[in-house]
Design a protein around this ligand. Structure first.
Ligand code: ADP
Length: 317
């Protein structure tokens, strides 16, 4: 919607176009009410729709015997009819299924039938930070620290597994019932094969695209650091740093490192954002370094936030 474009930039326009061109059959195909996993004999009863992505619809699923609630991504096979689309999904499943960390959405299972591919995931009942930002517009510094700490911990884990997420954005940062951050959507993620390996291209358009990714000169883990900077900026300012009225304009701003730091931001927040949004990937701070920055060390970080922060600013007593 409008707010998503405002918060995450123009790439969504392009995604909508992609969706239209792949033939949006959302309203035509019926998703099954009960889903059976032939390999484990488990049955899942479909509940409410949690959200829609480029390929998938995501529902609440209840496992029949245990009554445990999961999130289930249902991907119509018509959406992955082209070999490269199928390969991309297979890579996403392969990569995600090997990950296990409390700040990464847990992958539990996948299976398929004639019409759909199903992916069973840990459920994140508090939706995404995109939803939170829609309601809140901006977050307070303590909240930003609270969320960023967990985002960084999740990214630290991914990088330790040689994985670059490459599409970190508010909509892919999910929140559990206990207000824990869970990184999601490994559709653009990749694993580096060896030390010093660099990727040249991405099959897709990351929202918070780093300049080195845009220029196709080779990119690595620092692309995620850039995205952390964009996420931090958006949480504090209420709009993304490089947003233009067209994708072309946004990309030109990214190339020229053209963004404004509102006067109202504290100097430590401004300083950290500047470091994260450095054009040169090699000059961006590492994850450990970010945590040592005075934005984190000098400011108060709550150990717990109530779910009410999804819609209302907390008052720190
Ligand atoms: P796609 O890979 O097709 O883009 P996404 O992974 O982005 O699909 O999922 C679509 C939407 O479903 C997300 O934006 C989010 O709102 C919701 N969603 C995805 N995974 C979960 C989950 N584990 N728990 C709750 N909601 C989820």
């Amino acid at each position: 919607g409008q707010m998503e474009r405002q918060l995450e930039g123009n790439n969504n326009k392009q995604r909508l176009k992609q969706q239209a061109s792949t033939g949006s059959t959302d309203t035509l195909t019926e998703d099954p009410d009960v889903i059976s996993d032939p390999t484990s004999d488990k049955q899942y009863v479909r509940g409410r729709l949690l959200g829609k992505g480029g390929f998938a619809r995501c529902y609440e699923l209840t496992e029949s015997t245990s009554k445990v609630l999961y999130a289930g991504k249902i991907i119509p096979k018509t959406r992955i009819s082209k070999p490269h689309q199928r390969q991309k999904l297979e890579r996403e499943i392969h990569l995600h299924s090997q990950l296990a960390h409390h700040n990464v959405v847990q992958f539990l299972d996948y299976f398929d039938d004639d019409e759909h591919v199903y992916i069973i995931l840990e459920i994140c009942n508090k939706k995404s930070l995109m939803h939170t930002m829609r309601q809140r517009k901006t977050l307070t510094e303590p909240e930003v620290r609270f969320f960023l700490l967990q985002i960084i911990e999740g990214i630290q884990y991914l990088h330790s597994q040689n994985v670059i997420h490459r599409d970190l954005k508010l909509g892919n940062i999910l929140v559990s019932d206990s207000m824990e951050i869970k990184l999601a959507d490994f559709g653009l993620a990749t694993r580096l094969e060896f030390d010093g390996d660099r990727k040249r291209t991405i099959c897709g358009t990351p929202n918070y695209i780093a300049p080195e990714v845009l220029e196709k000169i080779g990119h690595s883990y620092e692309a995620d650091i850039w995205a952390i900077g964009c996420v931090m900026y958006t949480m504090l300012v209420g709009k993304p740093p490089f947003e233009g009225s067209t994708l072309k304009e946004t990309y030109s701003r990214v190339r020229n490192n053209k963004y404004n730091l509102p006067f109202s931001l504290h100097s430590s927040a401004k300083d950290l954002i500047k470091q994260l949004l450095n054009s040169k990937p090699e000059d961006r701070p590492g994850l450990e370094e970010i945590l040592q920055h005075e934005f984190f060390t000098r400011g108060f970080t709550p150990t717990y936030l109530p779910p009410s922060v999804c819609h209302t600013a907390p008052r720190y007593a």
